[in-house]
Design a binder for this molecule. Sequence first.
Ligand code: PMT
Length: 419
Amino acid sequence: MTGDSDFEMLIETGQTDRPRLPLSGRRIALGVTGSIAAYKAADLCSKLRQAGAEVEAIMTPAATQFITPLTFQSLTGHDVVVDMFTAHEAEAHVEVARRADALVIAPATADCIANLANGQTPDMVTLTALATEAPVVVAPAMDNQMWEHIATRTNVATLQGRGVVFAGPGEGRLASGRYGAGRLAEPADIVAALRQALGKRGGDFTGRRVVVSAGPTQEPVDPVRFVGNRSTGKMGLAIAEAARDRGAEVTLVAGPVSLPEQPGITRIDVTTVAEMLSALETATSTSDAIVMAAAPADFRPASAAGQKIKKEGGNQALEIQLVKNPDIIGTLPGGGVRVGFAAETHDLERYAVEKLAAKRLDMIVANDVTAAGSGFGTETNQVTIFHADGDVEAFPLMSKYEVGHAILDRVLSRIQTHQ
Ligand code: PMT
């Protein structure tokens, strides 16, 4: 990409030294206790591995009645510690506790929670919890009456007061056949809670507030139709997750998307540009950075019909007058470090540079939305970042999560140089 603009310093391979996966380089101790939900811990273990973690499993003897240590040995590639006296290394509880970046106990029974609250150590899981200084994430699973019992409520409050993070439990049908709170949280939600807990422990965005926008907007034509676009919100959500994983307090303002809510990310759902602007005005009043990854509609119908527009009556054409929407990021007065996106199909550099100046941005992340693997709905994106000072960085095709980290690396260095 060359031209006669001021943006000649193209670095063809702007790189990020962030890990590819959210838990790359992390060593997680997974404690499994004796609940019927113990079989779901195998899926959790697999998801931790897929997220890049090195996992060591520890089981209570009761847990081995529900699922065998061999399952976790196969999934982790490590011996599973059940009994302190037959463990493969002396002082196994201390060693596992010392090595772990975090301890996840899933499922955690009422008995386990009571022992944790009281500092009792009848098994390797509670022993490891007492011996570790790493963050502890507890995912309870029990009958709803046990979960709601005052003894369990008191124990949970005690542990939360000590900084233990609880993932779930969810509500629904329980093993007893009852309905209520007590189901083990979904493995993906436990992993997300763990990522948040790790971020809060020394992440480089700790104490920072990051606002991200994601997804399309829908501008009503009539009660059943709208003007919109193909944005899925994946790019914005990936940035929000990356910021959450680095310890930031994150607000995600999302247009209509079908992406699940994420632990540790405050989500505000909106439909139209007017609603997105209003939500962002509030959210950015105290933020350190705003990353505008949403694809708000540039135009909206001048007026929305009160009833469904009918095709009967012989009409062969329908005229809808569109009026210009406000430019959200251009309208917002501040927000801290201001990052926009440019979704282009041609003349990427020219349009990106124009938008950078017109919208008073510190940087703009340009993506060619017609390129393979880039733009709308994909898991990956290939971006070029144009900075207000004239620097340009072109990146290879990366996961949207990695693109998020690359943006945040640059946001952080701007925050640090300007504070
Ligand atoms: O959501 P995905 O499916 O993952 O797709 C990701 C994406 C392609 C939507 C994303 O990578 C992207 O490019 N987002 C910006 C889309 C866009 O609206 O681009 P634009 O060039 O039209 O707008 C430039 C900037 O102004 C953007 O930061 C946009 O959010 C902002 N804008 C646009 C219109 C408007 N009324 N107000 C705005 O603030």
